[in-house]
Ligand binder design. Structure first.
Ligand code: AMP
Ligand code: ZN
Length: 133
């Protein structure tokens, strides 16, 4: 665990999150400023900064969980598609330096924008309970 890392603190349960899925290796929780309904972040519990700093075995485990959670969210929310987004470095828009994969549900006809919307905490809490694995 890295002391000044907010996602390590979430993984350790020191900061609350709207949890969607958890196992020994990974945690998935709703993004508090979602691009779309059900926008979920999947992180390895062990700290690493980005894709290039993460060992292959961890990445393989994380992407398998990304697939599992994306399939579950698709079934639960009935979205028509989803984006997987993974930012590396400030220039790429990475604001939290703990490697994470975004799952961004998409619905046909909605504008395909990549921008955060301030989340309603009560709605996020209810949604996490609805879609939790
Ligand atoms: P990135 O731009 O790829 O680094 O994405 C970081 C994401 O983390 C952003 O979409 C933020 O809205 C989200 N985020 C930051 N703090 C939290 C938090 N405490 N709980 C959930 N999501 C967060
Ligand atoms: Zn971390």
């Amino acid at each position: 665990m890295k002391n000044d890392c907010i996602f390590c603190a979430i993984a350790a349960g020191e900061i609350p999150s709207f949890k969607v899925y958890e196992d020994d290796l990974v945690l998935a929780y709703l993004d508090i400023n979602p691009f779309s309904k059900g926008h979920t972040l999947v992180i390895p519990k062990a700290h690493s900064t980005g894709l290039l700093e993460t060992d292959d075995a961890t990445l393989a485990a994380v992407i398998a969980r990304v697939k599992k959670v994306a399939a579950h969210i698709t079934a639960k929310l009935g979205c028509d598609g989803f984006n997987i987004l993974q930012n590396n470095g400030e220039a790429a828009g990475q604001t939290v330096r703990h490697v994470h994969f975004h799952i961004i549900p998409r619905w046909a006809g909605d504008p395909l924008v990549f921008e955060n919307h301030k989340g309603d905490m009560d709605a996020l809490k209810a949604l996490a309970e609805e879609i939790r694995l």
